[in-house]
Design a protein around this ligand. Structure first.
Ligand SMILES: Cc1cc2nc3c(=O)[nH]c(=O)nc-3n(C[C@H](O)[C@H](O)[C@H](O)COP(=O)(O)OP(=O)(O)OC[C@H]3O[C@@H](n4cnc5c(N)ncnc54)[C@H](O)[C@@H]3O)c2cc1C
Length: 339
């Protein structure tokens, strides 16, 4: 089989890329190793203007540091939570309706030049496909990225507990004692709650982060020891997105924020921008330039706040104080890049 554009991975990045290519008359093929689309270890926090207006959101957020508690209310929702299964299904439907093909239950195993080999989940079938363009949208442990010879050293760790419960407000906790220069979160999801923590691996080993999360959650009234933790790396080791006719998007490109671990929005934006570049090779992506600029800024902030705990505490308290006084606007802290 030969295809014009082959996309590895049906996460938000791969599906956004597929939809846009198909809307321009191309018929991309998306290969996804999981049998169903969407499920992913994730807190589901979204700050993406276009999507946020279409999902139910509660506009109240709290940022809590050891010394301060800031309640933020905005007239329009600027952050909400999204169910990853529903988001995946929605994006897949859009991509298919536009003309993309998606094959689930197939894992890409090897890439040689303009050809790849994939294996079905039942391990009995293998198939090879040739392509003109290849898009690696295969997440933080991307095979396409490894095929390009790119190492991945700068990663964050996200630990998530999805428990039953019905809460209204979103909370961020900046507390060096439990999370180093990362943070803890409590995100409501209708009839369940995501409780978790994120930190850059270089500043906080996974075992310490989990210990801090469990202690903090217990003290906050959420005993988690009997609950199931799910953890994954989040790649923020950005080293480029265009490599001839091979492209990387989202976590495969290392475009998640090192500071916050937020990666859905960068994945969707980069997926769309890769599609635009495939459609028109002379296309200059201002969106990618802005995204990369913001990504570098966040990476510098990770380095700065990771230097020592005093810098980190001061930075956290400074942000909270700025928000309380109105000097800092909450929506300026986000990963927002206008498309
Ligand atoms: C605990 C935790 C909490 C998080 N919370 C948030 C949050 O609140 N907000 C936010 O914006 N981000 C959050 N993130 C990050 C976010 O989940 C990712 O940045 C985002 O999913 C990246 O999208 P993607 O499309 O690049 O990759 P992914 O969503 O990882 O999709 C990659 C897809 O590729 C498939 N795949 C991989 N290898 C192969 C292969 N060889 N063959 C075929 N298919 C393959 C995978 O099955 C997967 O479906 C969190 C992450 C973690 C771990």
């Amino acid at each position: 089989m030969h295809v014009h554009t082959l996309i590895v991975g049906a996460g938000p990045g791969g599906l956004a890329c597929a939809r846009m290519l198909a809307e321009h008359g191309l018929t991309p093929l998306v290969i996804e190793r999981k049998e169903s689309i969407g499920a992913k270890v994730c807190a589901g926090g979204i700050t993406w203007g276009g999507l946020i207006s279409r999902v139910p959101a509660d506009p109240v957020q709290h940022i809590i540091t050891p010394l301060q508690r800031v309640r933020i209310e905005e007239p329009a929702p600027i952050i909400a939570t999204v169910n990853r299964v529903k988001l995946g299904r929605y994006m897949a439907q859009q991509a298919i309706a536009a003309g993309s093909e998606i094959m689930t239950g197939w894992q890409v195993k090897r890439i040689h030049g303009q050809e790849l080999v994939m294996e079905h989940k039942d391990k009995r079938q293998q198939q090879s496909i040739t392509f003109d363009y290849l898009v690696g949208a295969d997440g933080s442990s991307s095979l396409v990225r490894r095929h390009l010879g790119l190492a991945t050293t700068r990663v964050g760790i996200g630990i998530n507990y999805q428990i039953s419960g019905d809460l209204a407000d979103m909370e961020w906790h900046l507390n060096n004692r439990y999370f180093g220069n990362g943070y803890g979160w409590i995100f409501p999801h209708g009839n369940s709650v995501s409780i978790g923590a994120y930190a850059a691996k270089a500043t906080m080993p996974a075992s310490l982060l989990k210990k801090g999360l469990l202690t903090w959650a217990e003290r906050s009234g959420f005993p988690l020891t009997q609950e199931q933790a799910r953890a994954e790396y989040i790649n923020f080791d950005y080293q480029g997105w265009k490599f001839g006719r091979t492209f990387l998007v989202g976590d495969a490109a290392g475009l998640a924020s090192g500071l916050t671990g937020e990666g859905i929005y960068p994945a969707i934006l980069s997926g769309e921008e890769v599609a635009r570049t495939i459609i028109d090779p002379d296309f200059r992506s201002v969106v990618m330039e802005k995204l990369i600029h913001k990504h570098r800024l966040h990476s510098r902030m990770v380095r700065f706040t990771g230097l020592n705990s005093v810098f980190n505490c001061l930075a956290g308290e400074g942000v909270a104080l700025g928000l309380r006084c109105g000097v800092i606007k909450f929506n300026k802290l986000e990963m927002a890049v206008e498309a």
